[in-house]
Design a protein around this ligand. Structure first.
Ligand code: IPD
Ligand code: CA
Ligand code: CA
Length: 260
């Protein structure tokens, strides 16, 4: 599978940050027993991963803008391009020694996401997509699942928690969806949730309160895998609404019906 030069830069950055996260993840288990737990250590691992990604990307494309969860926004001299990066998606999993987290890197051109990479260093699964050229898991072409009835579907979601989200509104949504599907999963890393829908592992996904870096790479991946993604109204302004609904054409529509 031939990757574009830009996608290659993104993949190399994700690998390098992933190696750093893997090493730090090895230490996290040892720190669980300490009174304070590994939280400071994890914050450092997170920031280090973003520094690695930023260094790699800006070495290759020094004029591009950058939006990273840890370092915020820096405008580039090139007004057209912006990297959108979550160096560690699934921090709570990482902190608790649960091996389900990823580096997520997207490239935006004139306001559209044109390439995305999501890499889980523990499973060594690399999800990539270049707009117009398909989505891949390592070297395998991805396609969303074909299920047509909610009753057969496993759907991912994000559950609000202490200090986050509207718990009452979420419970109402959950009760509508759970009454119609085969299963619900809360895996804890939104970028991987979207990658899993692209890979046909999950039939659908919805979550509120996400940021651009949680969803950017997943958006292009999902679309290149033939999937549909929108905000809860069915519109395309997910960075503004902060919510996403995803699935194949049919399941996306069904979830929109339940969530509207
Ligand atoms: C979080 C994860 C989680 C989602 C949260 C995100 P972080 O990102 O993607 O699955 O439910 O809304 O903030 O903090 O681990 O990068
Ligand atoms: Ca995140
Ligand atoms: Ca993060």
């Amino acid at each position: 599978m031939a990757r574009s030069a830009l996608l290659n830069v993104m993949v190399q950055a994700a690998f390098k940050a992933g190696r750093s996260l893997s090493r730090d993840f090895g230490e996290v288990e040892n720190l669980q027993v300490s009174l304070k737990g590994p939280s400071d250590y994890v914050s450092r691992a997170d920031r280090k991963a973003e520094e690695i990604v930023l260094a790699e990307l800006s070495r290759a494309r020094p004029t591009y803008g950058f939006l990273g969860e840890e370092s915020g926004e820096s405008k580039g001299t090139d007004g057209q391009h912006r990297w959108i990066v979550d160096p560690l998606d699934g921090t709570t999993n990482f902190l608790h020694g649960i091996p389900h987290f990823a580096v997520s890197i997207a490239l935006e051109r004139d306001g559209n996401i044109v390439a995305g990479v999501i890499y889980n260093p523990v499973t060594d699964e690399l999800f990539t997509a270049d707009r117009g050229k398909g989505a891949f898991l390592n070297d395998r072409r991805l396609r969303v699942a074909g299920r047509r009835a909610l009753v057969d579907c496993v759907v991912g979601t994000g559950v609000p928690h202490l200090g986050r989200g509207d718990h009452g509104a979420y419970l109402a949504e959950l009760s509508r969806v759970m009454g119609e599907v085969a299963g619900i999963r809360r895996l804890g890393a939104a970028a991987l949730d979207l990658a899993y829908v692209a890979a046909g592992r999950l039939d659908g996904f919805w979550e509120d309160g996400l940021s651009a870096w949680d969803m950017a790479a997943g958006i292009v991946l999902l679309r290149e895998a033939g999937g549909f993604i929108s905000d809860k109204t069915g519109g395309g302004k997910m960075f503004d609404s902060k919510n996403v609904v995803a699935g194949n054409e049919r399941i996306h529509k069904e979830l929109l019906r339940l969530l509207k």
